[in-house]
Design a protein around this ligand. Structure first.
Ligand SMILES: *Cc1c(COP(=O)(O)O)cnc(C)c1O
Length: 392
């Protein structure tokens, strides 16, 4: 056992795939100190600058004073405080779904809900999942122990072929809205058309759309004017909402089923009250301050345009997640290291997060970046990219 662990670690290192933890100390909404360097952050999911917002912080402090730090137990035992109930009510109004259930994280929402839905049909439901879906979806599929049809990324003719080929009466289609590593948007109107045609339930992971897309920040449902019938929405609070946790929204029976059967919901201590209070504030702010979304999108458009014009490959992104393809893991790592030397913190994304040969830098934009920040970071990225890919 010990030898195989050593060997595995050695392999990771040899293939530029080893990951290490680095302490960061944030110095502003968009700057941090990491590895003794002060750097502009282009890899945070705090898209709207809410994680350091005074209203979120004071709501968390007040909630802690009143209710304590922990929730004490799972939701079904003593872990449902008035703040949990209030947040669920608020989300129900905001999302316009019939019912909502909080989960402790997006990861737990997936590994809790998907197997519960599949088991409800005695594993007679087959899953149709985009090949680029997030690791939490892949893990949830494995836990579901049913047949999983994985279709080529956003290739809806292949999805339709597979839906046709399946003999199963019950089908569940799962897709991200904004793909987390590619930044492109799923064609959810067409996917909803297919889900209706083949009588499938649709599960949308809106981790990167919620709070950010749509006029009021209601996410991809609002952006693409999707129907809610036969649709389940999942989103996290850890990204645009600057908080932590997640929810699933759907019709009342689905939420009742999850309350009774989602093991990651039942067998885990519920969210701390402070987190519910902060999230509740974040929901208010995203509705009150659409200018944050506007700034986010204009920053993203500017950065994307400059990088594309310089000939860098940003795949099919149309959002605030901007990949810059390097191909090799080593080059991705070299460029990200060189950027940090010059004060820009960008993450190198390598296998197994993405397929071998598609390593990349993954830039994420915040509403709090200034135009100057974007311009100088873009220049530096282009410079390092050209310098290091030639040196290869
Ligand atoms: C971040 C993310 C998750 C996980 O959410 P957490 O709340 O961080 O556990 C799930 N799905 C996608 C697509 C994500 O990007």
């Amino acid at each position: 056992m010990k030898d195989s662990i050593k060997k595995e670690l050695k392999n990771l290192r040899a293939n530029s795939l080893e990951r290490t933890l680095n302490e960061t100390q944030r110095t502003s909404n968009v700057r941090t100190t990491i590895k003794n360097k002060d750097a502009l952050v282009l890899c945070s999911n705090d898209y709207l600058g809410l994680l350091n917002h005074p209203r979120l912080k004071s709501a968390a402090i007040e909630a802690t004073k009143k209710y304590g730090t922990g929730s004490g137990a799972s939701r079904l035992i003593t872990g449902t405080t008035p703040l949990h109930t209030e947040l669920e009510k608020k989300l129900k109004v905001f999302t316009k779904f019939n019912d909502v259930l909080l989960f402790n994280s997006g990861y737990q929402a997936k590994i809790g809900a998907i197997p519960a839905l599949i088991n409800a049909s005695g594993k007679g439901t087959e899953i149709f999942s985009d090949k680029l879906n997030h690791a939490s979806i892949i893990d949830a599929c494995i836990l579901s122990r049913t047949k999983v049809w994985r279709y080529q990324h956003s290739d809806l003719s292949i999805l339709e072929d597979k839906l046709k080929e399946s003999n199963s009466k019950n089908k569940l289609i799962i897709t991200e809205s904004v793909f987390s590593m590619d930044g492109d948007l799923a064609s959810l109107n067409d996917i909803q058309f297919l889900s209706k045609k083949y009588n499938a339930l649709l599960y949308i992971d809106d981790a990167h759309g919620f709070g950010v897309l749509g006029k009021n920040g209601r996410g991809v449902i609002e952006e693409l004017n999707l129907i809610k019938k036969n649709t389940i929405l999942m989103a996290t609070f850890g990204k645009a909402l600057g908080s932590y946790g997640a929810f699933i929204a759907g019709d009342s029976d689905i939420i009742k089923l999850l309350t009774n059967k989602a093991r990651a919901f039942i067998f885990s201590t519920s969210l701390p009250p402070a987190i519910c209070a902060a999230t509740s504030q974040a929901l208010d702010i995203i509705q009150e301050e659409p200018k944050r979304r506007k700034r986010l999108h204009s920053n993203a458009n500017l950065l994307r345009d400059i990088l594309n014009t310089a000939g860098l490959d940003t795949l099919n992104t149309s959002t605030h997640i901007i990949p810059v393809l390097t191909g090799s893991a080593k080059l991705a790592l070299q460029i990200s290291n060189a950027l940090l030397e010059d004060g820009v913190f960008v993450q190198a994304i390598r296998p197994p997060t993405v397929r071998a040969g598609t390593s990349r830098l993954r830039l994420t934009v915040s509403s709090e970046l200034s135009t100057e920040d974007i311009l100088s970071a873009a220049d530096l990225i282009i410079e390092k990219f050209k310098e290091l890919s030639c040196a290869k």
